[in-house]
Design a protein around this ligand. Sequence first.
Ligand SMILES: Nc1nc2c(ncn2[C@@H]2O[C@H](COP(=O)(O)OP(=O)(O)OP(=O)(O)O)[C@@H](O)[C@H]2O)c(=O)[nH]1
Ligand SMILES: [Mg+2]
Length: 369
Amino acid sequence: MTTVQKIKDIEEEMAKTQKNKATEYHLGQLKAKLAKLRRELITPSGSGGGGPGIGFDVARTGVASVGFIGFPSVGKSTLMSGLTGTVSEAASYEFTTLTTVPGTMTYNGARLQILDLPGIIQGAKDGKGRGKQVIAVARTCNLIFIVLDVLKPLVDLKILTDELEGFGIRLNKQPPRITVKKKETGGIQIINTVPLTKIDAGEIKAVLQEYRMTSCTVTIHEPDATVEDFIDVVEGNRVYVPAVVVLNKIDAISIEEIDLLYKIPNSVPISSKLWLNIDDELKEVMWKKLDLVRVYTKPKGKQPDYTQPVVLRRSKCTVSAFCDSIHKDIKRDFKNAMVYGTSAKHSRGQKVGLDHVLEDEDIITLFKK
Ligand SMILES: Nc1nc2c(ncn2[C@@H]2O[C@H](COP(=O)(O)OP(=O)(O)OP(=O)(O)O)[C@@H](O)[C@H]2O)c(=O)[nH]1
Ligand SMILES: [Mg+2]
């Protein structure tokens, strides 16, 4: 039996099983089995050339990348070409784009890489079409644009979200505050600092049993944690990526219909053909979602340079990372730094070391030994 068939069987069994006290353990087990099979499906099998794994090879540039995911002909390439000036062929036939086309754009002083990806089809996560490669690239992006045709947004959004989820991508979500620590002996201990409303000890044990983890300490700080959250932590290879739902082709519908679309969370209606709502709204939403940190350099005794910020990602925005992004040797002569702005304790600035965490629009002066 193929992995896809095994997954289908389990999904069918889950659909048939009502959730109650008596079936909780069994359902927990099934969900864990499913997660393991899904992993098999997305792990490169080693066939062919032994390259660096699935995905398209693209040289990565810029401080952050935005990947476009969508069905064929929704207008991904038209949008990408307009944003970057890079020509990615657009046409009225499906699957115009067959590989990843990279382009760059600059916004608020940050160089961003835009990745136009081939259209995907339903079943991508199960190996259909080029979807597996496309989603593998999406996994490595700092932001995903889910591009939809406004004429049928909801059904498509559900399918695409499922495809990405199936690949271990969690959209607009923070990693659950759950830890699992293995022990030599002692069985399973569960510590929860919040009430468990959507998961119980039986389900946790069922999952751990499935992963042959007989002795460990589970700590749950996440309110309303679910079995799915718990499995995500046990599996450990999930990526948490922000996403914007781009509703394209609004030129084809009425104003009243556009108003309804605003109800879709994290969405921005646009027209890439007529270039509507992109410069004022889409780019701004993109910027907010990327959550980048701009740091202005102020040479000693001079005014800060506001024209060229050093842009860092939130996950790596210490003074140390700031130095590295200017030049790899800067830290050798580093004595300390003076920081002004949100991250500084005082309005007159704060003297800090390499570990200091910077905030957006901080100003920094470096001092050498
Ligand atoms: N009416 C309208 N048509 C658009 C818009 N954006 C793109 N199109 C048209 O839709 C068709 C497909 O556009 P592409 O940009 O090639 O779409 P794609 O998503 O890159 O398609 P694939 O590469 O095949 O996945 C083209 O004929 C475009 O001119 C829009 O905002 N409004
Ligand atoms: Mg295209």
